[in-house]
Design a protein around this ligand. Structure first.
Ligand code: ADE
Length: 240
């Protein structure tokens, strides 16, 4: 899989892509991630990438030319067709299902904006998939791009040590989940020591009885979901 991230702040993203699961996935050759500075593509003599909005109003708007030229140049670096993703608060909400769909792509181009947003013609000309990581406004799309890359890459085969681990966690798509949402929050985990500050590991986890452990985990996952995210149980048509 190849991921190109177009941003005004590649230096903010690069260290994140070098660490932990992402860093190991890159080292193992499971994914290529490259960051590109949109400013390198501007034809403005002052290296501008944004301008005031027509019609007035606060803030600045990302201009067409630098973004569209950056996308064209970066797409040309590899002949694999790319799925274009624009990070913005108006986009489709990122869920585990959306991440799983993106993880099926051979190539992603993520476009992180800054300022008030993008000139609308960028949307019209690129027809990107638009993704929001939540109902709040960030000062730029970089953090959102990092979230998307993390959520996607860890789903690629081999990215996590244990082949089953992405299936066992909260928001994984699973066959025994409730309705269409197919998701529950994850059950509680424990590791050594068996007792810490008077708190003991539940006996069932020490029993060695795998069927009982599975049943306990399932019951705990349902209980937690009902307590913390009843919307996941009620709204069976929601995206997981
Ligand atoms: N850019 C600014 N806010 C954002 C959000 N919530 N999701 C994705 N991109 C953004």
């Amino acid at each position: 899989m190849r991921i190109d991230v177009l941003t005004l702040f590649p230096e903010a993203c690069e260290p994140f892509f070098d660490a932990s699961v992402l860093g190991r996935a890159r080292e193992a050759g499971l994914v290529t991630i490259e960051c590109h500075n949109i400013r390198d593509y501007t034809k403005d003599p002052h290296r501008k990438v944004d301008d005031r909005p027509f019609g007035g109003g606060p803030g600045m708007v990302m201009m067409c030319q630098p973004v569209l030229d950056a996308v064209a140049a970066v797409e040309g670096l590899d002949k694999t067709p790319a799925t274009r993703v624009l990070l913005c608060p108006q986009g489709e909400r990122l869920t585990q299902k959306v991440a799983a769909k993106l993880a099926e792509c051979d190539r992603l181009i993520l476009i992180a904006g800054h300022y008030e947003g993008f000139d609308e013609r960028i949307r019209l000309l690129l027809a990107p998939r638009e993704i929001s990581i939540g109902d709040y406004v960030l000062s730029g799309g970089e953090a959102a791009a990092m979230v998307v890359v993390d959520a996607v890459v860890r789903l690629r085969p081999g990215a996590l040590g244990h082949k089953d681990s992405p299936l066992e966690e909260s928001f994984s798509v699973r066959s025994d989940g409730p309705g269409d949402a197919d998701t529950w929050l994850e059950y509680p985990h424990y590791t050594r020591p068996r007792e810490y500050q008077g708190l003991s590991v539940p006996d069932v986890l020490l029993s060695g009885d795998h069927a009982r452990v599975r049943a306990w985990r399932l019951a705990e996952a349902k209980r937690r979901t009902a307590q913390r995210r009843p919307d996941l149980l009620r709204d069976e048509t929601s995206e997981g």
